[in-house]
Design a protein around this ligand. Structure first.
Ligand SMILES: Cc1cc2nc3c(=O)[nH]c(=O)nc-3n(C[C@H](O)[C@H](O)[C@H](O)COP(=O)(O)OP(=O)(O)OC[C@H]3O[C@@H](n4cnc5c(N)ncnc54)[C@H](O)[C@@H]3O)c2cc1C
Length: 485
C-alpha cells in the first residue's frame, strides 16, 4: 500500500508524482495505462508530434453526432507516459490573469496561481532563429499590417495581462538545440525514477475507484487492486477522469442509473461543462510548398480581440507550416498540390458539452457531446466567422499575398454552414470535473474523502490560450495543497 495513488501518468500525473515524492517520508505510486516513453524516439522530438496521432498510443475518441458542429472530430488522447504532453505542439502560455479571474474560486486568484509559473521545470523558449520558417515569418508580417497587431517576441512576461493582442512566433515548451519536447515525463519524472519512495507502473489501466465507508481507499485495475493509505488522485484527463468517477458510482444519478452503475454519490457536475476550442479553416492554393523549417510546425500565430476588450482575446490564430485539411477533403473540397492554411479558433467559447458513460463495462467507450456552437447567443459561431474574415484580411497584405494563388476554402460557400461543418478541435478538452462545482477549492471530490482530481478536467473555464501550461501550474499548486493537507 502507498500513501498516494496517482491514476494516470500524463501531463499532470508525472509532475505530481515527481513533486509529491520529493518528501522521502511518503510513498507515491503512479499507475499509467500506456507504455513508458523512454525508448520511443517520437516522444522526444517535438517535431514528430503528428506521427503519434491516430496510432497505437492514441485513444482517438469520437463524439456523438453534433447538432451544429463537425461530427467527424477525432479527439487525440495519448496513452503513454507523459500523456498529451508527449505528443502535443507544446505552445506555452503563462496563464492570463483575466482567465484566472473568470474561475472565481477561493484560493485560485491570479496572485495564488501565478507564482507556480515560476516553478515549472519544463524548458520554455521563443522559437529559435534556426527554427523560424520564412513562410511563417511572412504570414506574421502580413498579420501585423492587416490587423494592426504588435509583433511579440516574449509573450509570457506579463504584458498580455494589459493588452492580450499580438502576432509572432510563440514561446514553446522545447529545447531549441535538440528539439526535445517539454513533456512532464521527460522534465519531471525520468530523473527521479530511482527514488525508493516512488513506484511507476506502466501498462496498468484503472477501471474503478474503491470506496469504503465514504472514503476512496484504492483502485481496481487490469493488474489487480492497489490501495492508498492517504489519497487517490485522478490525473486521467478531461475525458477519462469523469469517466472513472462515473464507473465508480460518482456522477449524475440519471446517467449512472441508465448505465446500471450503483450510485455512490449523486454529483450532477461530473462530465458536464465540457469545453474545447473549435478551430476554423481557411485554405489557399500556394505558389509553392513552404520550406519545412520548424520547431513543431505550429510555431506562430496571432491573438486578437474582436469584441473590443483588449485585455481579452476572442480569437487565437495558428499559422501552421503544413495545412491540416482533412475535414475540407471530407467536405468534398478538391485540394491543389500546394495548400496553406490559417487556423483561427474560438478563444473563449460559451458552448458547453458533456461526457458520460452508457455502460458499467469499462471497455465501452465514453460518449462525448461537445455541443459546439450551441450557445444561445451565437457567440461561438460569430467568432469562428470573424476569425476567418480576419485571416482573409491577412491574405490581402504582402508579403503573405505573394505566396497565394487563390482561396480554396471556404471561398464563396456560406460561411456559417461551411465552417461549422469542417472545423477542427485544438485538442483542448477541459472542465468536466470543475473546481468549485465537482471539486472543492482544495481539488477534493465533494462527498467522498481521500479523492482528488488534478488535470485539465478541473479547469472551471477553459483558458483563452492553449492550456497545457495552465494544467502544469494547477498540478504544481495541487502538490502544495496535498503536501500541506
Ligand atoms: C495533438 C495535441 C496538440 C496539443 N497542442 C497543445 C499546445 O500546443 N499547447 C497547449 O497548451 N496544449 C496543447 N494540447 C493540449 C494539452 O496537451 C492538454 O490539455 C494537456 O496535456 C492535458 O493534460 P492532462 O494531464 O489533463 O491529461 P493527459 O496529459 O492526457 O494525461 C492523462 C493520462 O492518463 C492516462 N489514463 C487515462 N485513463 C487512465 C486509466 N483508466 N488508467 C490509467 N491511466 C489512465 C492516459 O494514458 C494519460 O497518460 C494539445 C493536445 C493534443 C492532443
Amino acid at each position: 500500500m502507498s500513501d498516494y495513488l496517482i491514476v494516470g501518468g500524463g501531463t499532470a500525473g508525472c509532475l505530481l508524482a515527481a513533486r509529491l515524492s520529493e518528501n522521502p517520508d511518503v510513498t507515491v505510486e503512479l499507475l499509467e495505462w500506456g507504455p513508458p516513453d523512454q525508448d520511443e524516439p517520437r516522444a522526444r522530438s517535438i517535431r514528430r508530434w503528428a506521427e503519434m496521432l491516430e496510432g497505437e498510443y492514441d485513444l482517438d475518441y469520437r463524439s456523438v453526432p453534433q447538432e451544429r458542429g463537425n461530427s467527424a472530430i477525432r479527439q487525440a488522447r495519448l496513452r503513454i507516459l507523459g500523456g498529451c504532453s508527449t505528443a502535443n505542439t507544446m505552445i506555452a502560455w503563462r496563464p492570463l490573469a483575466a482567465d484566472l479571474r473568470d474561475w472565481d474560486v477561493a484560493g485560485w486568484a491570479p496572485e495564488d496561481v501565478l507564482p507556480y509559473w515560476d516553478r515549472l521545470r519544463i524548458p520554455i523558449h521563443p522559437v529559435a532563429p534556426e527554427d523560424r520558417n520564412p513562410y511563417v515569418a511572412d504570414v506574421i508580417a502580413s498579420a501585423a499590417t492587416a490587423l494592426g497587431l504588435p509583433v511579440q517576441e516574449r509573450w509570457n512576461d506579463g504584458r498580455l495581462d494589459e493588452r492580450a493582442e499580438g502576432t509572432g512566433f510563440f514561446e514553446v515548451g522545447y529545447e531549441p538545440s535538440t528539439n526535445v519536447r517539454g513533456s512532464t515525463s521527460i522534465h519531471y519524472l525520468h530523473e527521479v525514477l530511482d527514488r525508493p519512495n516512488l513506484t511507476v507502473r506502466t501498462g496498468v489501466r484503472v477501471t474503478r475507484i474503491l470506496i469504503e465507508n465514504g472514503r476512496a481507499v484504492g483502485v481496481s485495475t487490469t493488474d489487480g487492486t492497489f490501495r492508498a493509505s492517504r489519497e487517490v488522485i485522478l490525473c486521467a484527463g478531461a475525458i477519462d477522469s469523469p469517466r472513472l468517477l462515473m464507473l465508480s458510482g460518482i456522477g449524475p444519478r440519471d446517467v449512472l442509473a441508465a448505465a446500471a452503475v450503483p450510485l455512490e454519490i449523486d454529483l450532477p457536475g461530473v462530465g458536464a461543462n465540457l469545453m474545447d476550442h473549435a478551430e476554423g479553416l481557411i485554405l489557399w492554393e500556394a505558389v509553392s510548398r513552404p520550406p519545412s523549417t520548424c520547431a513543431s510546425g505550429w510555431d506562430a500565430g496571432a491573438m486578437l480581440s474582436v469584441d473590443g476588450d483588449p485585455s481579452r482575446p476572442d480569437v487565437l490564430m495558428h499559422f501552421p507550416v503544413e495545412a491540416w485539411a482533412v475535414h475540407a477533403s471530407g467536405y468534398g473540397v478538391d485540394l491543389p498540390e500546394h495548400v496553406v492554411q490559417i487556423a483561427p479558433n474560438v478563444a473563449r467559447p460559451r458552448s458547453r458539452g458533456r461526457v458520460w458513460i452508457t455502460s458499467a463495462d469499462p471497455d465501452v467507450p465514453p460518449s462525448i457531446d461537445y455541443g459546439y456552437f450551441t450557445d444561445p447567443d451565437g457567440h461561438d459561431e460569430r467568432m469562428l466567422i470573424e476569425g476567418v474574415l480576419a485571416a482573409r484580411r491577412i491574405a490581402e497584405q504582402e508579403p503573405f499575398k505573394s505566396w497565394l494563388v487563390r482561396e480554396v476554402f471556404p471561398g464563396d460557400r456560406d460561411l456559417s454552414e461551411a465552417l461549422r461543418a469542417t472545423h477542427q478541435t485544438v485538442y483542448h478538452v477541459s472542465g468536466t470535473c470543475a473546481l468549485g462545482d465537482v471539486l472543492d477549492p482544495q481539488l477534493r471530490v465533494r462527498g467522498v474523502d481521500g479523492l482528488r482530481v488534478v488535470d485539465a478536467s478541473v479547469l472551471p473555464v477553459i483558458p483563452s490560450v492553449n492550456p497545457v501550461v495552465t494544467v502544469m501550474v494547477v498540478a504544481e499548486r495541487a502538490a502544495d495543497l496535498i503536501a500541506s493537507a
